[in-house]
Design a protein around this ligand. Structure first.
Ligand code: 13P
Length: 338
């Protein structure tokens, strides 16, 4: 695949109001999600649940790509069907999470960097050879007393850039995810300031390493107040500040921006995306790459029971459709009762 192909795929992922399903929860994270519905997490339950999502009729009208965890990428369901091939068959691009989670810089540090860069090139080969079209790498920046430090922002930006380059060298579109975490007492302006500094640093590093900006997607947080700030979410203010922050930091060549939901409720994540797109006058397609905000309602409805499969799929399809409408700025609260 040539460079043009990477650019083509990056563009395709965010076209026509489509977005990404992030179904790449690590084994630990999916265990937490399953605990919340009293379901035991094992290979079989994880496979059943993810297979349920991916086999949702009509889902590819709204979802262009799915980020998979390693286990899922090579997993087959009880009818011996490959989950990854199921996605390919409905024209959904399979992607793969390639970071190896977070680690503190040293034993006294509360800040983290993302692991896995040394082995990345080698680890990408089997995915590239087996049809993966894109990858994801998540960095985490926390806001708190005296943090984030510039060291944390610089190190994580540099790792993101190195990851993006290795991914592109393997003909895979990198999804660059610097997540400024919404947990904390900080206000919305602090989130704006830290996200702006982070994105500036990320793009400096990407440019330094000559990453092809047309062949990548950015996955940022929205600009929101900390969850313990006591501030009420003001949807219009969030949308305006998010757009202002992106306009100041993200080069025009980047074809699309796919937001993470970061702990926002399903409805808030849709509502904010819709407001952002109503105000958007940039050249970027502004879409979603949600994990929790796409899955939460369906997960609860499924509750580990195979007889709930169809209704869980209906709920998942509905959320995907609502977010797709939000990509066009055409969502409305009345549509939630459809
Ligand atoms: P959330 O939408 O639940 O934040 O997940 C997105 C994601 O992929 C985090 O890496």
């Amino acid at each position: 695949m040539s460079k043009e192909n990477i650019q083509y795929i990056a563009k395709k992922i965010v076209e026509n109001g489509k977005g990404i399903l992030a179904a790449d929860e690590s084994t630990n994270t999916i265990k937490k999600r399953f605990n919340s519905i009293n379901v035991k997490s094992n290979e079989e339950t994880r496979c059943f649940y993810r297979d349920t999502l991916f086999s949702t009729p009509d889902i590819s009208k709204y979802i262009s790509g799915v980020i998979l965890f390693e286990e899922t990428f090579f997993q087959k369901n009880s009818s011996n069907e490959s989950l990854k091939e199921k996605l390919e068959n409905i024209n959904c691009y399979p992607g793969i999470k390639v970071d190896q989670g977070l680690e503190e810089f040293n034993k006294d540090s509360i800040e983290t960097y993302t692991k896995g860069i040394e082995t990345l090139d080698k680890r990408l080969k089997p995915f590239a050879e087996n049809g993966a079209k894109f990858t994801k790498w998540r960095s985490v920046i926390n806001i708190g007393e005296n943090i984030p430090s510039s060291h944390c922002i610089e190190e994580n930006s540099s790792l993101l850039a190195e990851y993006a380059l290795i991914s592109q060298n393997n003909k895979l579109v990198p999804i660059v995810e610097p997540e400024v975490i919404m947990n904390g007492e900080h206000n919305i302006d602090k989130c704006y300031e830290v996200t702006k500094e982070t994105l500036n640093q990320v793009f400096n590093s990407l440019k330094e390493k000559n990453v092809d900006l047309k062949g990548m997607l950015l996955k940022p947080n929205m600009i929101v107040p900390g969850d313990k700030s006591g501030e009420k979410l003001n949807i219009k203010e969030i949308a305006e500040k998010t757009l202002a922050c992106l306009t100041k930091t993200v080069p025009e060549e980047v074809p699309g921006i796919v937001f993470l939901s970061g702990g926002l409720s399903s409805i808030n994540a849709t509502m904010i995306l819709n407001e952002i797109n109503k105000l958007n006058s940039t050249s970027w397609n502004l879409s979603f790459s949600y994990g929790r905000a796409l899955q939460e309602d369906a997960l609860k409805m499924w509750a580990g029971k195979s007889e709930n499969k169809n209704v869980a799929q209906d709920i998942f399809l509905h959320r995907a459709k609502m977010n797709s409408l939000a990509c066009h700025g055409k969502w409305d609260t009345s549509l939630e009762n459809e």
